[in-house]
Design a protein around this ligand. Structure first.
Ligand code: FES
Length: 188
């Protein structure tokens, strides 16, 4: 080994530092894409994704029969640059027991232009008020008459809505339903 070897190694290490920094800066946008954060290099900090303030809880006994529909308000908070460091939005929702026994939950914010839609149990009432006769209970929006098929994932069956309303994730623990998160991507 010559005397110049440690010096060469040191110089190589120093030369590699800008490369490592450049790689880190390039990796940051990719890592933030995978896990969004407000601060560019804070990929291990808390996520900027909206979080539930606390789950909405229902019991099995709250849904005595099929088509029981319960309104609720879901508090979702977002990291914000304000004194509280967050902003909380109240998202109105419906939890519905389907004839199959499954309980589903949807945001009531219409994906068309953001009105609050209704649960319409009676198909003939829907035919009169929303210009569409379904075969069972539906969600229906009074603003531009979009109608959603609750039994089929909120599929749009009438009106201008571009897609189903956002669903909530539900965790079932024993006889308890915990509504824990709103489908990602926005609130409408
Ligand atoms: S806002 Fe609901 S149909 Fe237009």
């Amino acid at each position: 080994m010559t005397e110049g070897t440690p010096r060469r190694t040191l110089l190589k290490t120093i030369a590699a530092i800008p490369l490592a920094v450049t790689f880190g800066l390039l990796a940051s946008p990719f890592l933030r894409y995978l896990r969004p954060t407000l601060k560019p290099l804070d990929v291990f900090g808390p996520s900027d994704q909206p979080q539930a303030e606390s789950p909405v809880v229902f019991k099995e006994s709250d849904f005595p029969v099929a088509w029981t529909c319960l309104p609720f308000s879901f508090d979702q908070s977002y990291i914000e640059y304000n004194p509280e460091g967050k902003e909380t939005r109240k998202i109105p929702g419906y939890a519905v027991k389907l004839p199959s026994g499954e309980v589903v939950a949807y945001s009531r914010i219409c994906p068309h232009l953001g009105c609050i839609f209704n649960f319409v149990k009676d198909p003939s009432e829907c035919a009169k008020g929303y210009n569409y006769k379904p075969s069972g209970p539906v969600f229906a929006c009074p603003c531009h008459l979009s109608v959603y098929d609750i039994e089929h994932g909120g599929k749009v069956v009438s009106g201008p809505a571009p897609r189903p309303p956002r669903h909530f994730d539900i965790k079932k623990e024993g006889d308890t339903y915990r509504i824990v998160a709103l489908e990602a991507g926005g609130i409408a």
